[in-house]
Write a protein that binds this ligand. Structure first.
Ligand SMILES: O=C(O)CCC(=O)C(=O)O
Length: 267
């Protein structure tokens, strides 16, 4: 993690990494994601399935997607945030398809939904610590006016509850992006990291000729559980390094993967 990235994430609660993926990595990830989207649900491998715009366990559908969980542009950040105790909790492929009616995702964050203790951002020994965060690799371009990710910049530091009536009661089915809220518009191959302490949302997707496909990779500490879990049929497909990444571990246990500066999937 560079000093600039650390400073920006601490200040704002998010980080946008432009051009994180190489052209070849992006093409491979786009093709894999599209194969999942185009496969009729009854033909999907065991454990996979579709829930509205969510293509469940999409990260495990193809190695081109699985690799992104360790991508070199984020791996040092994942290790720093978790003090070398990372656990991938889930990895959903999310697709806003063109012309499909969709609603905005309301303003939310872990602190508001589950309590202040559910997500923390702290600094220790000149490093950032964050025990609940999401990484979004972008597979398509997003332009201002398209819709997509919103962030109430700096809200991860909020000391008070958001008054419910503020920001249209959190309903982001709005025409204009409200003041203080940023509409983050990454391009294909970029990655965005947010702390789940950050109040965020998504505008409805407007384009009728373009889609927005993102992976939603959720990370906690290795000592923390994960909602829902990843089914055994899906785990069977994963490389040993990823099985280690999704596994729970004791507080002082050191996973082999964190000893590696960059992780290659061995199979
Ligand atoms: O769709 C997005 O860009 C944000 C998704 C999100 O915030 C979530 O799944 O909790």
């Amino acid at each position: 993690m560079t000093p600039e990235q650390r400073y920006w994430f601490d200040l704002t609660g998010y980080l946008h990494i432009p051009k994180a993926l190489s052209a070849a990595e992006l093409t491979a990830a786009q093709e894999a994601a599209q194969r999942y989207i185009d496969t009729p649900e009854h033909e999907l491998p065991a454990g996979f399935g579709v829930d509205d715009k969510r293509y469940l366990h999409g990260f495990a559908f193809d190695k081109a997607l699985e690799r992104l969980a360790f991508h070199p542009s984020i791996w040092s950040i994942i290790k720093e945030f978790t003090n070398n105790r990372p656990r991938l909790i889930s990895g959903t492929l999310q697709a806003n398809l063109p012309g499909v009616a969709n609603e905005a995702l309301h303003l939310h964050c872990a602190r508001e939904d589950y309590g202040y203790e559910s997500s923390r951002v702290e600094a220790h020994d000149g490093k950032l610590f964050c025990d609940n965060f999401a990484v979004f690799p972008y597979l398509d371009d997003v332009f201002p006016g398209d819709g997509g990710l919103l962030a109430l910049v700096g809200s991860h530091k909020a000391q008070f509850q958001r008054p419910p009536e503020m920001y249209n009661h959190g309903d982001m089915n709005v025409d204009e992006v409200p003041p203080g809220i940023a509409n983050i518009t990454p391009k294909a191959g970029d990655m965005v990291i947010i702390t789940e302490s950050l109040t965020h949302a998504a505008l409805a997707w407007k384009p009728t000729d373009r889609m927005r496909r993102i992976l939603v990779l959720r990370y906690h500490l290795q000592t923390q559980g994960g909602a829902g879990g990843i089914p055994p049929e899906v785990i069977e497909r994963l490389s040993p390094e990823t099985v280690e990444l999704i596994s729970a571990a004791r507080p002082m246990e050191r996973k082999n993967i964190v000893n590696q500066e960059s992780v290659e999937l061995s199979e």
